[in-house]
Design a protein around this ligand. Structure first.
Ligand code: SF4
Ligand code: FES
Length: 271
Protein backbone atom coordinates (compact mmCIF):
# COMPACT_ATOMS: atom_id res chain seq x y z
CA UNK A 1 0.00 0.00 0.00
CA UNK A 2 1.41 3.42 -0.90
CA UNK A 3 1.85 6.12 1.74
CA UNK A 4 -0.86 8.12 -0.09
CA UNK A 5 -3.35 5.25 0.19
CA UNK A 6 -2.41 4.63 3.83
CA UNK A 7 -3.03 8.26 4.76
CA UNK A 8 -6.42 8.10 3.06
CA UNK A 9 -7.73 6.02 5.97
CA UNK A 10 -6.41 8.24 8.75
CA UNK A 11 -9.39 9.42 10.82
CA UNK A 12 -9.69 13.10 11.67
CA UNK A 13 -10.70 14.51 15.08
CA UNK A 14 -14.31 14.62 16.19
CA UNK A 15 -16.14 17.96 16.42
CA UNK A 16 -18.28 19.00 19.38
CA UNK A 17 -21.32 21.18 18.76
CA UNK A 18 -22.97 22.19 22.04
CA UNK A 19 -23.09 18.95 24.02
CA UNK A 20 -23.14 16.71 20.92
CA UNK A 21 -19.94 15.15 19.61
CA UNK A 22 -19.89 14.34 15.90
CA UNK A 23 -17.27 11.89 14.68
CA UNK A 24 -16.00 13.09 11.30
CA UNK A 25 -15.55 10.41 8.64
CA UNK A 26 -11.96 9.73 7.55
CA UNK A 27 -10.76 12.22 4.96
CA UNK A 28 -9.41 10.82 1.72
CA UNK A 29 -5.95 12.10 0.92
CA UNK A 30 -5.86 13.21 -2.70
CA UNK A 31 -3.97 10.99 -5.11
CA UNK A 32 -1.66 13.08 -7.29
CA UNK A 33 -0.59 12.11 -10.78
CA UNK A 34 1.15 13.77 -13.66
CA UNK A 35 -0.81 13.60 -16.90
CA UNK A 36 0.16 14.32 -20.47
CA UNK A 37 -2.52 16.49 -22.09
CA UNK A 38 -2.34 16.11 -25.90
CA UNK A 39 -4.41 18.99 -27.26
CA UNK A 40 -5.55 19.28 -30.87
CA UNK A 41 -5.40 23.01 -31.48
CA UNK A 42 -6.91 24.98 -34.35
CA UNK A 43 -4.95 27.89 -35.76
CA UNK A 44 -7.51 30.27 -37.35
CA UNK A 45 -4.81 32.23 -39.18
CA UNK A 46 -3.47 29.17 -40.99
CA UNK A 47 -6.82 27.38 -41.11
CA UNK A 48 -5.22 24.15 -39.86
CA UNK A 49 -4.87 21.96 -36.80
CA UNK A 50 -1.76 20.97 -34.88
CA UNK A 51 -1.11 18.95 -31.74
CA UNK A 52 0.58 20.28 -28.63
CA UNK A 53 1.51 18.38 -25.47
CA UNK A 54 1.49 19.65 -21.90
CA UNK A 55 2.41 18.01 -18.64
CA UNK A 56 0.03 18.76 -15.78
CA UNK A 57 -0.27 17.48 -12.22
CA UNK A 58 -3.78 16.77 -10.98
CA UNK A 59 -5.39 15.00 -8.06
CA UNK A 60 -8.05 12.34 -8.41
CA UNK A 61 -10.63 15.02 -7.54
CA UNK A 62 -9.64 17.41 -10.33
CA UNK A 63 -11.15 17.54 -13.78
CA UNK A 64 -9.93 17.95 -17.33
CA UNK A 65 -11.13 21.56 -17.10
CA UNK A 66 -8.95 22.08 -14.00
CA UNK A 67 -6.01 20.74 -16.01
CA UNK A 68 -6.70 23.06 -18.94
CA UNK A 69 -6.98 26.04 -16.58
CA UNK A 70 -3.64 25.14 -14.96
CA UNK A 71 -2.08 25.06 -18.42
CA UNK A 72 -3.68 28.37 -19.41
CA UNK A 73 -2.76 30.20 -16.21
CA UNK A 74 0.70 28.72 -15.68
CA UNK A 75 2.13 27.45 -18.96
CA UNK A 76 0.48 28.67 -22.15
CA UNK A 77 -1.91 31.63 -22.02
CA UNK A 78 -2.65 31.27 -25.76
CA UNK A 79 -4.62 28.05 -25.28
CA UNK A 80 -8.33 28.70 -26.01
CA UNK A 81 -11.32 26.73 -24.78
CA UNK A 82 -14.78 27.60 -23.52
CA UNK A 83 -16.22 27.15 -20.03
CA UNK A 84 -18.38 29.00 -17.55
CA UNK A 85 -20.15 27.30 -14.64
CA UNK A 86 -17.57 24.54 -13.89
CA UNK A 87 -20.39 22.36 -12.56
CA UNK A 88 -22.12 20.67 -15.51
CA UNK A 89 -24.88 23.24 -15.87
CA UNK A 90 -24.01 25.77 -18.58
CA UNK A 91 -23.07 23.29 -21.33
CA UNK A 92 -20.06 25.37 -22.46
CA UNK A 93 -17.13 23.03 -21.91
CA UNK A 94 -17.93 20.20 -24.35
CA UNK A 95 -14.90 18.69 -26.08
CA UNK A 96 -13.73 15.32 -27.27
CA UNK A 97 -11.77 13.73 -24.45
CA UNK A 98 -10.02 10.46 -25.17
CA UNK A 99 -12.18 9.96 -28.25
CA UNK A 100 -15.60 10.63 -26.68
CA UNK A 101 -17.58 13.90 -26.49
CA UNK A 102 -17.70 14.86 -22.79
CA UNK A 103 -17.98 17.86 -20.49
CA UNK A 104 -14.47 18.86 -19.38
CA UNK A 105 -15.77 20.05 -16.01
CA UNK A 106 -17.33 16.68 -15.23
CA UNK A 107 -14.53 14.44 -16.51
CA UNK A 108 -11.76 13.49 -14.11
CA UNK A 109 -8.55 12.25 -15.71
CA UNK A 110 -8.10 9.85 -12.78
CA UNK A 111 -11.39 8.11 -13.72
CA UNK A 112 -10.25 7.62 -17.32
CA UNK A 113 -7.59 5.17 -16.11
CA UNK A 114 -4.79 6.50 -18.30
CA UNK A 115 -2.06 9.11 -17.89
CA UNK A 116 -2.50 10.38 -21.47
CA UNK A 117 -5.49 12.65 -22.03
CA UNK A 118 -6.29 13.61 -25.63
CA UNK A 119 -8.41 16.70 -26.13
CA UNK A 120 -9.99 17.69 -29.44
CA UNK A 121 -12.62 20.25 -30.44
CA UNK A 122 -16.16 18.89 -30.84
CA UNK A 123 -16.71 17.34 -34.26
CA UNK A 124 -19.61 18.57 -36.44
CA UNK A 125 -18.90 22.15 -35.26
CA UNK A 126 -16.79 24.69 -37.13
CA UNK A 127 -13.60 25.53 -35.24
CA UNK A 128 -12.94 29.04 -33.92
CA UNK A 129 -9.63 28.65 -32.10
CA UNK A 130 -8.02 25.61 -30.50
CA UNK A 131 -10.79 23.73 -28.68
CA UNK A 132 -13.41 26.51 -28.89
CA UNK A 133 -16.01 25.85 -31.61
CA UNK A 134 -18.79 27.84 -33.26
CA UNK A 135 -22.30 26.97 -32.02
CA UNK A 136 -24.18 29.36 -34.39
CA UNK A 137 -25.52 26.64 -36.68
CA UNK A 138 -26.44 24.44 -33.73
CA UNK A 139 -28.48 27.23 -32.13
CA UNK A 140 -30.05 28.20 -35.48
CA UNK A 141 -31.37 24.65 -35.73
CA UNK A 142 -32.54 24.75 -32.14
CA UNK A 143 -34.38 28.02 -32.81
CA UNK A 144 -36.00 26.58 -35.95
CA UNK A 145 -38.16 24.19 -33.92
CA UNK A 146 -39.59 27.09 -31.85
CA UNK A 147 -38.40 26.04 -28.39
CA UNK A 148 -40.88 28.02 -26.36
CA UNK A 149 -44.48 27.77 -25.19
CA UNK A 150 -46.79 28.58 -28.10
CA UNK A 151 -50.37 29.57 -27.28
CA UNK A 152 -53.09 30.34 -29.81
CA UNK A 153 -54.20 33.31 -27.74
CA UNK A 154 -51.00 35.37 -27.48
CA UNK A 155 -52.87 38.32 -26.02
CA UNK A 156 -53.99 36.16 -23.12
CA UNK A 157 -50.49 34.64 -22.79
CA UNK A 158 -48.50 37.86 -22.76
CA UNK A 159 -50.88 40.57 -21.64
CA UNK A 160 -53.10 39.01 -18.98
CA UNK A 161 -51.02 38.87 -15.83
CA UNK A 162 -53.48 36.49 -14.16
CA UNK A 163 -53.02 33.86 -16.94
CA UNK A 164 -51.46 30.65 -15.81
CA UNK A 165 -51.53 27.14 -17.17
CA UNK A 166 -51.70 24.41 -14.53
CA UNK A 167 -50.03 21.08 -14.97
CA UNK A 168 -50.35 17.77 -13.16
CA UNK A 169 -47.35 15.64 -12.22
CA UNK A 170 -48.36 13.14 -14.89
CA UNK A 171 -48.44 15.90 -17.53
CA UNK A 172 -45.03 17.15 -16.39
CA UNK A 173 -43.57 13.66 -16.70
CA UNK A 174 -44.60 13.53 -20.37
CA UNK A 175 -41.61 15.76 -21.21
CA UNK A 176 -39.54 16.32 -18.05
CA UNK A 177 -36.53 14.16 -18.96
CA UNK A 178 -36.12 16.12 -22.20
CA UNK A 179 -36.24 19.45 -20.34
CA UNK A 180 -32.89 18.68 -18.69
CA UNK A 181 -31.01 19.51 -21.92
CA UNK A 182 -28.19 22.01 -21.27
CA UNK A 183 -27.45 22.62 -24.98
CA UNK A 184 -23.89 21.31 -24.66
CA UNK A 185 -23.86 19.88 -28.19
CA UNK A 186 -22.30 16.54 -27.22
CA UNK A 187 -25.12 14.61 -28.90
CA UNK A 188 -24.75 16.72 -32.04
CA UNK A 189 -21.02 16.10 -32.09
CA UNK A 190 -21.49 12.33 -31.72
CA UNK A 191 -24.16 12.06 -34.43
CA UNK A 192 -22.96 10.32 -37.63
CA UNK A 193 -25.94 11.68 -39.59
CA UNK A 194 -25.02 15.31 -38.79
CA UNK A 195 -21.56 14.46 -40.10
CA UNK A 196 -23.05 13.14 -43.37
CA UNK A 197 -25.76 15.80 -43.79
CA UNK A 198 -24.95 19.27 -42.49
CA UNK A 199 -28.58 20.32 -42.94
CA UNK A 200 -29.92 17.61 -40.64
CA UNK A 201 -31.47 19.28 -37.58
CA UNK A 202 -29.72 16.85 -35.29
CA UNK A 203 -30.62 15.16 -32.01
CA UNK A 204 -30.68 18.22 -29.76
CA UNK A 205 -33.15 20.29 -31.80
CA UNK A 206 -35.37 17.27 -32.44
CA UNK A 207 -35.43 16.30 -28.77
CA UNK A 208 -36.50 19.85 -27.96
CA UNK A 209 -39.22 19.70 -30.64
CA UNK A 210 -40.62 16.76 -28.69
CA UNK A 211 -40.08 18.42 -25.30
CA UNK A 212 -42.15 21.50 -26.17
CA UNK A 213 -44.80 19.66 -28.18
CA UNK A 214 -45.38 17.12 -25.38
CA UNK A 215 -46.05 19.93 -22.91
CA UNK A 216 -49.80 20.06 -22.18
CA UNK A 217 -49.66 23.88 -21.92
CA UNK A 218 -48.35 24.18 -25.49
CA UNK A 219 -50.52 24.59 -28.59
CA UNK A 220 -47.75 24.74 -31.21
CA UNK A 221 -47.09 21.06 -31.96
CA UNK A 222 -48.48 21.34 -35.47
CA UNK A 223 -45.95 24.08 -36.33
CA UNK A 224 -43.03 22.02 -35.00
CA UNK A 225 -44.17 18.78 -36.63
CA UNK A 226 -44.14 20.57 -40.00
CA UNK A 227 -40.45 21.38 -39.43
CA UNK A 228 -39.39 17.93 -38.23
CA UNK A 229 -41.43 15.95 -40.80
CA UNK A 230 -38.80 16.42 -43.50
CA UNK A 231 -35.69 14.96 -45.08
CA UNK A 232 -33.55 17.04 -42.72
CA UNK A 233 -35.79 16.30 -39.76
CA UNK A 234 -36.61 13.02 -38.02
CA UNK A 235 -36.41 10.92 -41.20
CA UNK A 236 -32.66 11.53 -41.41
CA UNK A 237 -32.16 9.72 -38.10
CA UNK A 238 -30.99 6.15 -38.62
CA UNK A 239 -31.03 5.42 -34.91
CA UNK A 240 -27.34 4.91 -34.24
CA UNK A 241 -28.11 5.95 -30.64
CA UNK A 242 -24.72 7.66 -30.13
CA UNK A 243 -26.52 10.87 -29.10
CA UNK A 244 -28.13 9.20 -26.12
CA UNK A 245 -24.93 7.42 -25.10
CA UNK A 246 -22.92 10.65 -24.73
CA UNK A 247 -25.59 12.91 -23.21
CA UNK A 248 -24.36 14.03 -19.77
CA UNK A 249 -27.92 14.69 -18.59
CA UNK A 250 -29.53 11.39 -19.67
CA UNK A 251 -31.85 13.24 -22.04
CA UNK A 252 -32.11 10.35 -24.55
CA UNK A 253 -32.60 12.32 -27.78
CA UNK A 254 -32.89 9.06 -29.77
CA UNK A 255 -36.05 8.22 -27.81
CA UNK A 256 -37.48 11.69 -28.47
CA UNK A 257 -36.86 11.30 -32.21
CA UNK A 258 -38.62 7.95 -32.22
CA UNK A 259 -41.56 9.42 -30.30
CA UNK A 260 -41.82 12.20 -32.91
CA UNK A 261 -41.79 9.59 -35.69
CA UNK A 262 -44.56 7.74 -33.87
CA UNK A 263 -46.65 10.92 -33.66
CA UNK A 264 -46.15 11.58 -37.37
CA UNK A 265 -47.16 8.04 -38.34
CA UNK A 266 -49.98 7.40 -35.86
CA UNK A 267 -51.05 10.82 -34.58
CA UNK A 268 -50.07 12.78 -31.49
CA UNK A 269 -50.86 10.96 -28.28
CA UNK A 270 -49.58 10.40 -24.78
CA UNK A 271 -46.65 8.07 -24.24
S1 SF4 B 1 -29.53 16.39 -25.45
FE1 SF4 B 1 -27.89 15.98 -23.95
S2 SF4 B 1 -26.00 15.93 -25.18
FE2 SF4 B 1 -27.58 16.91 -26.44
S3 SF4 B 1 -27.32 19.11 -26.10
FE3 SF4 B 1 -28.89 18.38 -24.64
S4 SF4 B 1 -27.74 17.88 -22.77
FE4 SF4 B 1 -26.22 18.05 -24.40
S1 FES C 1 -18.27 24.65 -17.52
FE1 FES C 1 -20.45 24.64 -17.50
S2 FES C 1 -20.96 22.62 -18.11
FE2 FES C 1 -18.78 22.59 -17.92
Amino acid sequence: MSSQQASANTPTAATTVGNVTIAKPPLSAPIRRTYTFKVKRYDPERGSYYWKEYSVELTNHETVLDGLLKIKWGVDATLSFRYSCRMGICGSCGMIINGTPRLACETKPYDLGTDVITIEPLSNFEPIKDVATDFSEFFDKHRSIKPWLIRKDEKEQFEKLESYYPQTEEQLNEYLEFAYCIKCGLCYSACPMVFLNKDYLGPQALAQAYRWSADNRDEGAILRLKVVDSENGVWSCHYSGTCSKVCPKDVDPALAINLLKHWLLYGKRKR
